[in-house]
Design a protein around this ligand. Structure first.
Ligand SMILES: [Zn+2]
Length: 298
C-alpha cells in the first residue's frame, strides 16, 4: 500500500441503493444471477486460501440465520452484495471444502483492498445489529429494516440508525521527532500513534489536545486533519491528525499506556525500511502506519 492507494477498509465504490431497499427490491437482488454473499459467524468470515469466500445467496437457503438475516451492503457495479450471518458454526464451516472461519484482522494484510472494504462494511453493520437488538427508547426488541441499514421498534416506532464511533488518532510531532506509545496489552516493542474516543461536545481538535494531555501530559497545538479510516473493530471512524508539541517531557497515564517515547525521523524511517529494530511498526493496513508514513514523506 502506498500513500496514493485507498486507506484499508475504505475505497469500495458501493452504491448504497437507498431507493431500492423495499422487500420486493431486496428479493429481486437476492435472486439475481449476479448476487454475491459473504458468510459470517459471530463476526468471523468464511475464508479459503486467504480470500473471503463469496457465493450466491441461494446456496445458503435453509441454513439458520442470526438476526439480522441477510445484510444488503449495496450495489457493487451491477452486483448486489450481501452478507449472511449464520447462527450455527458447523453450518458455516461445512459450506465449502477447505474453508474456515477467521477474523478479517488476521488476514487484512494479505487481502484484496476491494474485498477488505466490503468486509469492513459488513462487519461494522453486523456488530451494530448484534449490540443494538433492543430499542434504546422503550426496550422492546427492534426489527431490521431496508436490508439492514436501519432497525425499527415495533412498539414505539423509533427508527435506529447504525452507530459509528469517532476516534482521533494523532501523530505528536516536535521538530524532527514524533511521539509513539505502547498500550498496556500490546507486545513488547510495538509502538503506534496515540488515540482516543471523541467525547460529546468536543471538536476533533479539542479531542486531540485533550487525549495527548491525558495520556502523556504533553501540551499540543495546531491539530491538522490528514485522512480517516473506517475501522470495523467494531464500528469506529478513525480521524488521523498531526499536532505539534509545545513541551517534550512525558508523564504517562499508566492505565492508558505502558510506554511512550520520542523517536527521531531517521530512526522511524530505518524501522520502516527494515534496517532498524528499535520498535515494531503498526501493520500497513492501519491508519497509524499510514500517518507515520505520510510524516516520513513530508
Ligand atoms: Zn421502542
Amino acid at each position: 500500500m502506498t500513500s496514493t492507494t485507498p486507506i484499508a477498509f475504505s475505497g469500495a465504490p458501493l452504491d448504497l441503493a437507498e431507493n431500492q431497499r423495499s422487500a420486493s427490491d431486496l428479493n429481486a437482488f437476492l435472486k439475481g444471477d449476479n448476487a454475491r454473499a459473504f458468510v459470517m459467524f459471530k463476526g468471523r468470515f468464511l475464508v479459503k486460501n486467504g480470500d473471503l469466500v463469496q457465493m450466491h445467496p441461494s446456496q445458503l437457503k435453509g441454513l439458520h440465520l442470526y438476526d439480522p438475516g441477510p445484510l444488503f451492503l449495496g450495489l457493487d457495479g451491477n452486483i448486489p452484495q450481501f452478507s449472511f450471518s449464520l447462527a450455527k458454526e458447523n453450518e458455516a464451516q461445512n459450506l465449502v471444502s477447505g474453508a474456515s472461519l477467521d477474523h478479517i484482522r488476521n488476514i487484512a494484510s494479505f487481502m484484496d483492498a476491494h474485498q477488505l472494504a466490503l468486509a469492513g462494511r459488513a462487519k461494522s453493520l453486523f456488530d451494530w445489529h448484534r449490540s443494538h437488538r433492543f430499542c434504546s427508547n422503550c426496550g422492546v426488541e427492534s426489527k431490521p429494516q431496508a436490508g439492514g441499514v436501519t432497525r425499527q421498534c415495533p412498539s414505539c416506532e423509533t427508527d435506529h440508525f447504525p452507530r459509528v464511533n469517532p476516534v482521533v488518532i494523532m501523530l505528536v510531532l516536535e521538530g524532527d521527532n514524533c511521539l509513539l506509545g505502547r498500550g498496556p496489552e500490546w507486545p513488547e516493542g510495538a509502538f503506534s500513534a496515540l488515540a482516543g474516543f471523541v467525547s460529546p461536545g468536543e471538536s476533533l481538535s479539542e479531542a486531540c489536545i485533550r487525549e495527548v494531555k491525558e495520556e502523556v501530559n504533553i501540551d499540543v497545538k495546531s491539530p491538522v486533519y490528514k485522512f480517516s479510516q473506517p475501522w470495523p473493530f467494531p464500528g469506529q471512524l478513525m480521524m488521523g491528525m498531526f499536532c505539534t508539541a509545545t513541551n517534550t517531557e512525558i508523564t504517562l497515564d499508566t492505565k492508558e499506556l505502558a510506554e511512550a517515547k520520542w523517536f527521531t525521523k531517521d530512526t522511524v524511517r530505518a524501522v520502516y525500511e527494515g534496517t532498524d529494530t528499535s520498535f515494531l511498526c503498526p501493520p500497513e493496513f492501519t491508519i497509524a502506519h499510514q500517518l507515520i508514513k505520510a510524516w516520513l514523506e513530508s
